[in-house]
Design a protein around this ligand. Sequence first.
Ligand code: FEO
Ligand code: CA
Ligand code: CA
Ligand code: CA
Length: 605
Amino acid sequence: AHGGRGSARGLAFTPVAPNTADAVTTPPGYVSEAFLRWGDPLFSDAPAFDPSAQTAAAQQRQFGYNNDHLDMFDLGRGQFAMVVNHEYTDEPMMFPAYDPEAPTAEQVEIAWAAHGLTVVVVEERRGRGRGSGALSVVVDHPLNRRLHTTSEFALTGPVAGHELVRTSADPDGRTVLGTLNNCAGGITPWNTWLTAEENFNQYFAGADAVTDPVTRERLRRYGLPGGSTDRRWEQFDQRFDLAAEPNEVNRFGWIVEVDPMDPSSTPKKRTALGRFKHEAAYPRVTRDGRVALYMGDDERFDYFYKFVSRDRVSRRDSDHNGTLLDNGTLYVARFTGDSPPEEILGDGALPADGEWDGSGEWIPLVTSDDRRGHVSHVPGMTAEEVLLFTRQAGDAVGATKMDRPEDVEPSPRTGTVYIALTNNTARGTGANPGPDEANPRTANKHGHVVELVEQRRDSGAGAFAWRIFLLCGDPADPSTYFAGYDKSQVSPISCPDNLTFDDHGNLWISTDGNALGTNDGLFGVATDGRYRGQVKQFLTVPHGAETCGPLVQDKRVLVCVQHPGELDGASFENPLSHWPDGGTSIPRPSVVAAWHERGRRIGDA
Ligand code: FEO
Ligand code: CA
Ligand code: CA
Ligand code: CA
């Protein structure tokens, strides 16, 4: 039951129509359930969720707010260790009688506990309900864990112990409390979880009080607000005040590695991977057995990066693998188009050669050298400075300014790397850079997806080829492009954010900020063969929400529904979504599973 001219294997479903419902909608024959919601207890000593009587102690033992990245570690026998991060908090929607000028200590401590990470074991609910996709939480499983704003994290790699990460609470510069604004992530070949600290700038007040010009420029480049922060945490812990603790901010903005199988392990902030608004990190093993990690900096006109480890991945030695992300080379990408610049008009018109494509190079920023330690390739910056202020290193070497690099994922079959560039409405406006072949639209509202093919298909290569796969938007809009596929046969898609692959090799794309006036959702698309570019919408999320963390299993699709009801004027007293609990309830960010009601494989005809 699918329209048009057929579908790629694994994508045979009737696309969901765009809508503005306060609901998760799925194709005919599929059902869905929000099986883990903000505030649900992960431990039996946590109270049931009561938003009017919430406490920080309860929140530390419950599922956090604004779930974003999601992944699963298969434990066998229908159990999975599910890892989820909690990007940020929406205080006016979370708390009754919230005064943004004067939050209470309890509200701030709840917000600290609602940020961070969750590890929770879930199991298949065999024989219950329709189909076979339902999951439920195993409360009190020994792997269940919450990490939040007062949990301990270790700084590792070249910057650990550096004077710019020392604080009065941590004079050694090696132990950080908390992880903040964790967005997307990935799983390493040695089965650890990578999670990305993104918009950490919003938590640190007082940049205005900083007088040293070098420090001021660093803070400006990372978007630190001048005076107080929106959440006012600086009133409750002075480490969030730059005037009191100028280095605390340098301890955020890293990729964090977590071992979900060892609940007593200390997660590691891996400084060799650079510091920026990390969206995600996704690995691919190089031809000679090292690990490459692809990483984007989600900011308008910021950069796309790759780290390649110095050492090889071991099949057995997990202690060795635990050192891989501390030594290697960090690169930034330069994309060069192969069409004359005057053919890139900014309106989506194809250049004369019929593609937005070209070549690229990986510009090294820092290399770990056996004899000399970490060596900077950037004139005027030490290796440690390059890793701490990586954006400025990218500026210095002439990296390509991209339209907000969000999630990245290499195809497990071909190694082709897919990069979601979510949007950049400032492209070509005012004094901003104009369109280039890799970012070819002026005022890019709907974003695009780029394919990057490493030289010799080796993720350790120093050069690559690239081409645009999708220019998103309404297919009726002439500036859209669906890899050349018939645009009468595709779903509208806007603002690609998170990416995953299914077992058939299809790319799945979730969106954030749909600029077409309808809700965000999840889409599947073939990347090869006759259906390449046939984008099909699989689900929509409630209004105000973004779709995150997609994971496509054989018989189940998982998404995180982040910030449902986050719309102008929304508050605890005036909720603009009642999803998922219905009635007059406040909205709750939740993890959703969708499956076929007869237990068919996802996307089977
Ligand atoms: Fe947290 Fe770039 O999205
Ligand atoms: Ca071209
Ligand atoms: Ca994101
Ligand atoms: Ca986003």
